[in-house]
Each structure stands twice: as C-alpha cells, then as structure tokens.
Design a protein around this ligand. Structure first.
Ligand code: SF4
Length: 402
C-alpha cells in the first residue's frame, strides 16, 4: 500500500510527503502502458511539485491515483440505471487491476529545468498573443481524444460564441478560485493555449464555456468531486456517492460503480495531510531566476499525503502498482453487499447495511436497517470464505426479492 498513518515531519521513520493526483481515463492503465509513460512528461506535475515546495512542503514526487472508466454502455433493451450500474460493477469486480492503479512519479532536476523552460516560453507566447490580439486556429486539434472540440461549431461558422443556448460566461480561473485574473497562469489555461490559441481565446479571454460538457469530461469532474468528499470524510462511501454531480442516471450509476470499486480496492484514505489545496506562486525565469512581472502560477492540488518511502520509489522510471490479488476478495465482498442492498431496495427498504460473523464453519450474514438496527434478513452459509458466503447470500436475497 502506498499510504501510511505516520507523522509528516519524521525523517527518522522515513515518512515522505507526496503530491496526490487523481485521474480518470478510458485508456489502459497497466504498468508500462502509454498512460504511465506520459506521466514522465506531464507538465502538471512539473508545475505542481515546485509549487508545493514554494508552499513550504518538501515533496518527493507525485502519487498518481488512477481510475479507468468501464467501457460498458447501457443496453438498448430498456435496461434500468441500477441494472447498468451492476453490470459496470461486475466488470470492475472481475478484474480490479484493469480499473484502479497507483503509480509514483518523480522529477529529476534536468526534467524540472526543461519543464520550467517550457512553462516560461509558453507564458511568453501567451503574453504576446494577448498584446497583439492574435489567436490562430489549430485545425489539428479540432478532434482529439476521439471527441470534437466544444467550439467546433463556432469555428466552422455554424454557431455563435455568444449564443446563450450553447455557451455561458464563466470566470476565467473558476477551476482554481474564481479570481478571474488572467495574470494567473494555470495548467488548464496553458494546456488550452498549447492545443489551440483560438480555444484559449474563447475559454479564457472571452470566458465563454460550453453549457454541455462531453461525457468523458463530465465523469472526470464528477468522480473527482466525489473522491474529494471520500478523502475529506475519511472514507464515507455513501457521502462520496451523494457528491456525484452528474445528472444523467446511467452515467451516474457508472460513476457510483467506480466509487464502490475504488473504496473496495483501496480502503480508507490514510496519510492525508491536506486536500484540495489552491496555490499561487511566482513564475520564475529558469535562466535568470527572476520572477515574471506579468504572470504568476496557480492551481489546485488534489491532496498532499505522507507515505513511507521505499528506495525504488525515487526512481523516475519505476512505477509501483499495488498487487490486486489481496484486494480482489475485498472488492468481491463489496460488490456482493451492493447486490444485497439492491435486492432489499427492490423490497422497498433502501437504508440497509450488511454485516457478517462466523460460528465454527458457518457464516451468518445479516441485513440490518441502519435507522433502528432491526435485522431485516438472515442467511447462513457453510463455505470457506466470506466472499463465497456473500455470493450465496446474494442469490438467496435476490430470490426473496423476486
Ligand atoms: S477552437 Fe481550435 S481546436 Fe477548437 S474547433 Fe476551433 S480551431 Fe479547432
């Protein structure tokens, strides 16, 4: 496991501070995949790690906490959101390592210097673009990540950037602190400018954001918000699910399945020092060490954690993913509990909890109403493991609910 409960400043017991970033993706997240190779170049880390230093921390690198989205689509045959969510959860339970991975990424000094030069040069181009009011289009970016740019209609002359049915005015740095200060350079702003200066103009200069987010982006921010609550509450899964912001019931069911799987795979969040930390630090010229008079750098880190360091974690090429073998049973048990809860929801009782105990070789599984601790159902099973016993209980209670 990557997290620990040790104190932050204790060098004697090898506790080290790491930046913690959560990502959602549709790509493969297996060790050695292009996803992990790209983290070596990730400009966000190159910006956030020095920012953490400027905030008084001494980060040794970044722990990437990655969730892969299930590829399952709702069935065209009138499937309910609940049944779709169960299918997503089943897919996750069948192979948790495909859906959840953690890796440690560090920055060498040479990489940090190169990244600092990239940021400085990008900032110079952005400053010149603003001064000259030049925002060239980049048609090579109109389709990236298999989806069209949200401004394609405007650039194609089919829509108006001021159309209130398509776009709304939003503060420029709403993702950081809503300061609406264009001298604050964020990773998102620089990414937008690098991908297409015209996109940057629409989003950050005119401040017009699309009303409808593509599903991929919407799921990313919804799960992000929920995991923020999960960390803040010390691992309250129900509170995290309630914090999902997606309104579409099917997408929300998929996101809830991702959260259930995440909680089962990683357990309670530990080692958290701070969550959702915003920062504003000077932009430094890497050649002269002088601070920019135009820009400062800003952003929001997902969390700061303290973990026990291991030598290999300091190797920038080494990626550590936790072996799923010992976590898969926990995930299976969690999926089974969700299925039992669904069976009781069909019977009209939603607020229930599943608990179990063992007497000799027999497992006793009970379903309890949370409000008054009344036992609503009981199932016994003589099976070697609790995962198998819960599997039996799922069949039993599902039959009862039919
Ligand atoms: S803003 Fe840029 S990327 Fe987007 S559609 Fe226009 S030219 Fe293409």
């Amino acid at each position: 496991m990557v997290a620990s409960t040790c104190s932050v400043n204790s060098e004697e017991n090898s506790v080290k501070v790491f930046l913690w970033e959560t990502k959602t993706t549709s790509e493969s997240i297996e060790a050695g995949s292009p996803f992990w190779k790209r983290t070596i170049l990730d400009p966000q880390l190159s910006l956030y790690i020095p920012a953490l230093r400027a905030m008084g921390h001494d980060p040794h690198g970044c722990i990437y906490d990655v969730l892969r989205k299930p590829a399952q689509k709702p069935s065209a045959k009138g499937e309910s959101p609940e049944s779709y969510g169960r299918r997503c959860l089943d897919a996750i339970a069948a192979d948790p390592a495909r859906f959840f991975a953690r890796g440690i990424v560090v920055r060498l000094q040479a990489e940090s210097r190169e990244a600092a030069a990239d940021v400085w040069n990008t900032a110079g181009q952005m400053r010149d673009a603003r001064r000259l009011n030049i925002w060239p289009r980049n048609p090579d970016s109109c389709m990236s990540w298999s989806r069209e740019c949200e401004y394609l209609g405007v650039c194609a002359g089919l829509a108006d950037i001021r159309d209130p049915l398509l776009f709304r005015f939003e503060l420029a740095n709403v993702e950081v602190d809503g300061t609406d200060d264009l001298t604050l350079l964020t990773q998102s702003a620089m990414r937008a400018y690098r991908s297409c200066p015209r996109k940057y103009q629409y989003r950050y200069v005119l401040r017009q954001r699309p009303l409808k987010k593509p599903e991929t982006l919407a799921t990313g921010s919804s799960v992000h918000e929920a995991l923020d609550v999960y960390r803040r509450t010390g691992g309250d899964l129900e509170a995290a699910k309630a914090a999902l912001v997606t309104e579409d019931l099917f997408i929300r069911a998929k996101e809830a399945a991702m959260l259930t799987g995440y909680a089962a795979r990683w357990g309670q969040p530990t080692g958290i020092v701070a969550v959702e930390q915003t920062f504003r630090v000077p932009l430094i010229n890497p050649e002269t060490d002088a601070a920019s008079r135009t820009y400062s750098l800003g952003g929001k880190v997902d969390a700061i954690v303290a973990v026990e360091a291991a030598g290999e974690l300091m190797n920038p090429a080494a990626l550590e993913t936790t072996d799923s073998a010992d976590l898969a049973p926990a995930l299976e048990a969690s999926v089974a509990c969700e299925q039992i809860k669904t069976a009781f929801a069909r019977l009209g009782t939603k607020d229930v909890e599943v608990r179990w105990s063992q007497a000799g070789k027999v497992w006793l599984i009970e379903v309890v109403r949370v409000a008054d601790r009344t036992v609503l159902g009981r199932c016994t099973a003589e099976l070697p493991t609790i995962e198998e016993a819960l599997g039996r209980a799922v069949a039993y209670f599902s039959e009862e609910a039919r």
